[in-house]
Design a protein around this ligand. Structure first.
Ligand SMILES: Nc1nc2c(ncn2[C@@H]2O[C@H](COP(=O)(O)OP(=O)(O)OP(=O)(O)O)[C@@H](O)[C@H]2O)c(=O)[nH]1
Ligand SMILES: [Mg+2]
Length: 357
């Protein structure tokens, strides 16, 4: 999973990036406006994996991971997307949109005063404008190509045109593309355009140490959109402390959970992702799949051979396994379910694939 961190200059993108990745990227009070990306891979903290590792004492423990890309260079001006910037943003699975709420006279705001509602709207409109330009360009070309190609090609282009017209209408009504419901077939027709306003968006309101949480009031009610508040600077400092020091600090400020965990959880929810586990003496490992994936798709996520030679999946919930203590005991007690290819894997299940190739 790749998450692109976007936001206006000086909104605190790099600060939040550092908080999420325990990074040391430079944060600056002046915004250079240069297009620049920091990337870091983060392990997904998961107490279930920790407990399974305690039970199995494996040689290796592997957590799921998330990649964060801190993308600088968006400006607070209309039509300021360069193709390079567009490309850097569009390759992400979701966007983490940082909105400045903090006050700091030493850090100039590109539009002079702090106004989260305006900033939020401004960037969303930029995304929509960029999508609209792509759609209009493509529709023009489709008109020119009308009547050309094989019957299949013509059919496909006709279908694409219908979907693009619908998307265009939404944009013209002021709705981002993630507000348009598409069937899986329609989705496939336009996937390659990687529209920005179609990407699931996690809005992070970057608030002062003493700031109020504005997320309920300011998060738009579009589908695939969530909002939460983080005290960016404080979270960054916490992420850079050693664990004991951080714990003391958290108690002092009444912080129950690090921003990292909250953001990761929200991202999973936003993207409709779940985790399943594989266990053994060699390795305890978390895997990430889409909600609704089948046992066969889970096998595919591990290795294509497992999918090719799939016989059955043995399945048990992580807490049930912990309760009985071992797979063999679970088998004995009939708690290890045998499931076929089409079984829909649930979050937190241990899936052991039996296969033959
Ligand atoms: N008071 C306060 N200052 C913050 C907070 N978050 C960021 N800052 C400060 O704001 C300035 C800009 O933060 P950055 O994280 O570099 O912002 P950015 O969005 O990455 O900026 P560009 O990459 O230049 O677009 C730095 O001086 C930070 O220390 C916060 O939550 N509270
Ligand atoms: Mg930055």
């Amino acid at each position: 999973m790749e998450i692109g961190i976007v936001g206006l200059p000086n909104s605190g993108k790099t600060t939040i990036f550092n908080a999420l990745t325990r990074g040391q990227a430079e944060t600056t009070a002046y915004a250079s406006g240069r297009v620049e990306v920091h990337t870091a891979v983060v392990q997904v903290p998961d107490p279930r994996v920790d407990m399974l590792a305690d039970l199995f004492k494996p040689q290796k423990v592997t957590y799921a991971h998330v990649t964060y890309n801190d993308i600088a260079g968006l400006r607070a001006e209309k039509g300021s997307f360069s193709p390079q910037l567009l490309n850097l943003i569009s390759t992400n699975d979701a966007l983490l949109h940082v909105v400045r709420c903090f006050h700091n006279p030493a850090v100039p705001h590109p539009l002079d005063e702090v106004n989260p509602a305006r900033d939020l709207q401004l960037l969303e409109e930029e995304f929509m404008l960029s999508d609209q330009a792509i759609i209009e360009g493509r529709l023009e070309r489709l008109v020119k190509q009308k009547g050309k190609g094989t019957p299949q090609e013509r059919e496909r282009m006709a279908q694409e045109e219908v979907v693009l017209q619908r998307l265009l209408a939404a944009l013209q009504e002021g709705r981002p593309l993630r507000a348009v419901e598409l069937t899986p077939e329609e989705e496939k027709l336009v996937r390659s355009y990687a529209f920005l306003s179609q990407k699931p968006q996690l809005i992070v309101f970057n608030i002062d140490d003493e700031g109020e949480d504005p997320s309920e009031e300011l998060t738009p009610s579009w589908p695939k959109t969530m909002g939460l508040a983080l005290r960016g600077r404080l979270e960054m400092e916490l992420a850079q402390m050693d664990p004991e020091e951080a714990e003391e600090f958290m108690a002092m400020f009444g912080i129950e959970e690090l921003g990292l965990s909250r953001v990761i959880r929200a991202s999973y929810e936003l993207l409709g992702l779940i985790s399943f586990f594989t266990v053994g003496e060699k390795e305890v490992r978390a895997w990430t799949i889409r909600k609704g994936s089948t046992a066969l798709e889970a096998a595919e996520a591990i290795h294509s051979d497992l999918a090719r030679g799939f016989i059955r999946a043995e399945v048990i919930r992580w807490d049930e396994l912990l309760r009985v203590g071992s797979l063999s005991e679970a088998r004995k007690q009939g708690l290890l379910r045998l499931e076929g290819k089409d079984y829909v894997v649930q979050d937190g299940e241990i899936v052991h694939i039996r296969f033959n190739i």
